[in-house]
Design a protein around this ligand. Structure first.
Ligand code: CU
Length: 589
């Protein structure tokens, strides 16, 4: 890989600056205009809460692109694409979601409907059964807010074009860990199309420097990696790449894993919407002051692509100081005596499955040096897509580099230690086993579609059914449970649950000793041998009253989720809780 990068790096230095263009030059008529490849990586606009309230309008658009794909984006009131929502714990968030999706932007594909709909008057968006290619809604990935309409429900909430602006109104919990979260649509059957087109944005709970004092005073950057349909699907691989002996496509027409780290990728990648297209991977450009130390917050908002990022100087991987995963500082376990307000895990590469986030300290190249931000190949298994080695951005230094728009507080007040018992020290009330599996729709026809399942062991594997009112799992608020998630298929899957973070206890049968929580985790593929399936053991936290309600868990490879790899859980109020009393009194009326 490194030889290959070196070859490409020679060409890059020559053409980066001349092709740089800023996103602000959007011509009228295309709200989702994308920068040219090779551009300077722009910063998303920041929408900040004021006096404890963040109120904004987000309009979702789609636009037909020249290569036959459909671009999606959110715009704020000023036309800025997919802004960062910046909030503090305890803030009130009020978002007005306007749906301006059109069927004509779907390149003449008729609007598909996933659920029964009929042609009756427009349904209440809170109880809509319409899930079509032009429906949308919002999910706030990682936040522990209630799974109810106008907050974070995606089971029934669906907003149609022509509906009045739909109001989201929720409070960021006072104990929400400070870090990087995100928003995206979650219409079952159409999530992949909308995210692949670019419908996603960052939500930052401010105050990471209060939990990780090493980040105090640092300039910060938000980088959103998205995937997109190949811009040059018919091009041969770059001649500098090693030859890939076999090339296959999967049932979606995407490049299948070559197992080599090279070859045509399943999807292209972009960084803050600057595309880095196959086959040349002409990188975007990140400017820093020489030797500058920054906090980088990186979200993998891809629909189906895994990344594994590295920063190279002179082809040598640099140490990256990981301070938070999935929005949770590594210092989260405050009962742990040897985490004195700083816990930095120095890594030379950081794997980020779709949906996950990493926040890390990076030291920029010295004066006269440059660096590369790359992703290394991820082995998705014989049944997975091809996620090869490729560049993302070139890091160039200049004393006059533009300062990042945001800087962390220089002298933060330390975050108060959590009063809640550390999740690792709570006894689970039960152990459940769930498993990912795949099956041909017609076992006698190897060309038939694949059905994707996420099954509670003992139940019949089935594709998730939005119209079923029966939850797959019932749990009780106030408890914690251990879930073993197995992978019985030949490709990597990416487990995610809404409304809560979990503690990764074991990975592939080996205990891990993590002092932070995640909301997304890889479950490695089954190689067809061995007596046990690969799996992870997670401690699921249902103690927070905001987890009461019905919500979803699924694979965050969105084509798997769209095709059934999802389940629902209902968390009932604790028997003696105030919530229960309220619920009963409402029923009695
Ligand atoms: Cu999956």
């Amino acid at each position: 890989m490194q030889k290959w990068l070196a070859v490409l790096a020679i060409g890059i230095a020559l053409d980066c600056r001349q092709s740089a263009q800023l996103i602000a030059q959007s011509p009228a008529g295309n709200p989702c205009q994308r920068p040219e490849s090779g551009s300077i990586v722009p910063e998303p606009e920041d929408l900040r809460s004021q006096n404890g309230v963040l109120e904004a309008t987000l309009t979702i658009h789609n636009v037909a692109a020249a290569n036959g794909s459909t671009l999606y984006c959110y715009t704020d009131a000023f036309g800025h694409q997919s802004p960062n929502l910046r909030v503090a714990p305890g803030d009130l968030v009020i978002l007005h979601l306007r749906n301006e999706l059109t069927e004509t932007a779907l390149n003449a594909k008729p609007a598909q409907r996933h659920a029964h709909s009929g042609s009756q008057p427009a349904p209440d968006p809170c109880n809509s059964s319409v899930m079509s290619s032009v429906s949308t809604n919002l999910h706030f990935h990682g936040l522990t807010i209630p799974p109810v309409c106008h907050q974070d429900d995606v089971l029934k909430t669906s907003v149609q074009p022509g509906d009045a602006p739909f109001e989201y109104r929720f409070r960021i919990p006072g104990n929400e860990p400070p870090g990087l979260y995100w928003y995206h649509p979650h219409i079952h059957g159409f999530s992949k199309a909308q995210l692949l087109g670019g419908a996603s944005g960052a939500l930052i709970v401010e105050g990471i420097e209060r939990a990780q004092k090493a980040t105090a005073g640092l300039p910060e950057r938000v980088f959103i990696i998205r995937d997109l349909d190949l811009l040059n699907p018919n091009a041969p691989p770059d001649p500098s790449e090693p030859k890939v002996p076999k090339f296959l496509v999967d049932r979606d027409g995407d490049a299948a894993n070559t197992g080599t780290g090279f070859g045509k990728p399943a999807k292209d990648l972009s960084i803050n919407y600057v595309p880095v297209p196959y086959p040349g991977y002409s990188p975007a450009m990140i400017e820093m002051k020489p030797g500058e130390r920054q906090l980088w917050r990186v979200l993998n908002a891809s629909a189906i692509t895994y990344v594994n990022i590295e920063v190279l100087f002179n082809r040598a991987p640099q140490r990256l100081g990981l301070v938070a995963m999935d929005g949770v500082p590594l210092t989260h376990d405050t009962t742990h005596a040897d985490l004195p307000g700083d816990s930095i895990s120095w890594q030379t590469h950081l794997a980020i499955p779709p949906g996950a986030r990493v926040e890390f300290i990076v030291n920029g190249p010295a004066e006269g040096q440059s660096g590369l931000l790359v992703t290394r190949s991820v082995d998705t298994g014989p049944g997975g897509e091809n996620d090869p080695n490729r560049m993302l951005a070139k890091i160039v230094t200049s004393a006059s580099a533009t300062e990042p728009r945001s800087k962390l507080q220089a002298s933060p007040e330390p975050l108060a230690p959590t009063t809640e018992t550390w999740l690792g020290n709570v006894t689970p009330v039960r152990v459940r086993r769930l498993y990912f599996s795949e099956k041909l729709a017609d076992p006698n026809d190897p060309t038939s579609a694949i059905e994707f399942y996420l099954t509670v062991d003992g139940q019949e594997p089935k594709m998730f059914d939005m119209s079923s009112g029966i939850p797959d799992i019932v749990a009780q608020q106030g408890t914690v449970e251990d879930w073993i998630i197995e992978n019985r298929s030949s490709e990597l899957h990416d487990f995610h649950i809404h409304q809560l973070h979990f503690l990764l206890l074991d990975y592939m049968g080996r205990p891990v000793n993590e002092h932070f929580l995640r909301d997304t985790v890889n479950v490695p593929y089954f190689n067809g041998h061995g007596l046990t399936y690969p799996g992870v053991r997670l401690r699921m936290d249902f103690r927070d009253p905001n987890t009461v309600g019905t919500f979803l868990y699924h694979c965050h490879i969105l084509e798997h989720e769209d095709k059934g790899m999802m389940g629902s859980i209902r968390v009932d109020p604790a028997p003696d809780s105030a919530d229960r009393v309220t619920a009963l009194s409402i029923v009695k009326k």
